[in-house]
Write a protein that binds this ligand. Structure first.
Ligand SMILES: [Zn+2]
Ligand SMILES: [Zn+2]
Length: 267
């Protein structure tokens, strides 16, 4: 179990739970109580809505507190660290992280916020204040699915309450209550649309990463041709010397004026 002390992540978690509690408050107090008070649909919707919230919370807490796949800290003999860093690497090779000096398996990447290397790291998500990696991606995806369900459910309830303002026999005619109800309904609609669309976008990204077996970090590196260019640059630097490329054609001594970029999976 791990918890990252990142202020941005902690704020995002608080915002998440505030948003969930607010949705629950509006649905039960302003939609179900007013629109479905004397109907069987009232308790049915309360139970169903809170069941979705229950599963959402469990998935979220697991994504927050689960180890995302931290690479155990195993500091070996790093006397030849510099040579290892400059060596072109294949995708199947274990590498040494230049930041936490951990000997890590292929596809592990370093997270600057967690300050650790994470196996098959997808990205660091402030909404779970944790990395999304090999071991918690399942919970993260479940969380996204439940947020999506909750958003669709909330929007549906708001629309139903507008179309059928009084399911059952009682219906409030108090003006201030009607106005409050309208205000909360609109706020819930905005909240649900915002979170719903946001979550769908992340979900599409996640499914793409799963289907193509490629994390966004790897996709970025390969698509930009960064690694390929870096490999070639280093091979040339090995011949011409570790100086600025502008000096490569000058027949001068190997005075180090330029730091060769390193091949790294780090983000
Ligand atoms: Zn690292
Ligand atoms: Zn992280």
């Amino acid at each position: 179990m791990s918890f990252i002390k990142d202020p941005c992540g902690i704020v995002c978690i608080l915002v998440t739970y505030f948003a969930i509690l607010y949705a629950d408050y509006v649905v039960t107090q302003w939609i179900i109580v007013y629109s479905m008070q004397n109907s069987i649909w009232g308790p049915v919707n309360v139970v169903l809505f809170n069941t979705v919230i229950f599963f959402l919370t469990i998935a979220h807490l697991k994504a927050v507190f689960c180890d995302p796949g931290l690479v155990p800290i195993a500091r070996l003999d790093f006397s030849d660290l510099h040579a290892a860093r400059n060596k072109p690497m294949s995708d199947e090779e274990w590498t040494v992280c230049t930041r936490c000096e951990t000997y890590r398996p292929p596809r592990a990447h370093h997270c600057r916020i967690c300050k650790r290397c994470v196996k098959k790291m997808d990205h660091h998500c402030p909404w779970i204040n944790n990395c999304v990696g090999e071991r918690n991606q399942k919970y993260f995806l479940q969380f996204l699915v439940y947020v999506c369900i909750l958003s669709i459910y909330s929007v549906s309830l708001v629309i139903i309450s507008w179309i059928y303002p009084c399911i059952g026999d009682t219906c409030s005619t108090d003006l201030s209550e009607t106005q409050s109800r309208m205000l909360h309904s609109v706020l819930l609609l905005l909240e649900s649309s915002l979170f719903g669309l946001f979550v769908v976008a992340i979900m599409i990204d996640q499914l793409h990463a799963i289907f193509y077996d490629e994390t966004p970090i790897e996709a970025l590196q390969f698509r930009s041709g960064y690694r390929m260019a870096n490999h070639k640059f280093i091979l040339l630097a090995n011949v011409f010397g570790h100086m600025h490329p502008a000096y490569w054609l000058f027949p001068c001594s190997d005075a180090k004026t330029y730091d060769t970029p390193l091949i790294s999976h780090d983000v």
